[in-house]
Design a protein around this ligand. Structure first.
Ligand code: HEC
Length: 154
């Protein structure tokens, strides 16, 4: 057990050698994307996001859990919104779609010290619980759905 834990912390090379095929399998199922000027301009799935589902994913504590850290005034049915991060009200006026997508996929590419989780990343993660290895927090389509929802916050 200890060996496995240490291996996970040591990073992706060690993880790959330890769990071999399984990790390669998961990573190959991740959508490829291109980052240009701090943005991922193309949809990860090639499809438009569903803003209504993105709103649900944002609330869901096992998925986006955005309210743990952000105020989103549009979500009035949830009483407690955190303020660790900035309010997301009006975020669509501050960022372009592609910038929001990169922020969702891997917020560390904006700010390497951020505590905001990388929602679509399986490599180079630390402190990962074993059941989550090889799986991104959100699916590619859920990322698109959240981006579509964020774009409604004008
Ligand atoms: C653990 C806390 C945490 C969670 C959970 C979290 N964020 Fe963040 N987020 C932050 C922090 C802190 C920042 C401030 C900038 C930074 O650290 O990079 C931020 C910044 C942002 C920004 C840029 C806002 C701005 O005005 O600059 C967006 C957009 C964003 N988060 C969206 C989301 C969405 C959508 C979710 C849920 C899917 C989410 N965040 C979940 C902590 C979090």
């Amino acid at each position: 057990m200890q060996v496995r834990k240490t291996t996970l912390i040591a990073g992706v090379l060690a993880v790959t050698s330890m769990i071999g095929a399984q990790s390669a399998f998961s990573a190959s199922h991740m959508k490829k994307y291109t980052v240009e000027e701090h943005a991922i301009n193309a949809s990860l799935t090639g499809k438009a996001g569903d803003a209504a589902n993105g709103r649900k994913v944002s609330i869901n504590r096992k998925k986006g859990n955005c309210l743990a850290c952000h105020v989103i005034s549009d979500i009035k049915e949830q009483p407690f919104h955190g303020n660790i991060g900035p309010s997301l009200d009006g975020v669509a006026s501050r960022y372009k779609e592609g910038e929001l997508r990169l922020r969702m996929v891997d917020s560390k590419q904006f700010n390497e010290d951020t505590i905001m989780p990388a929602f679509y990343k399986v490599e180079g993660l630390h402190r990962l619980r074993k059941q989550f290895k090889g799986k991104p927090v959100l699916s590619a389509q859920e990322v698109e759905d959240v981006v579509a929802y964020l774009l409604t916050l004008k």
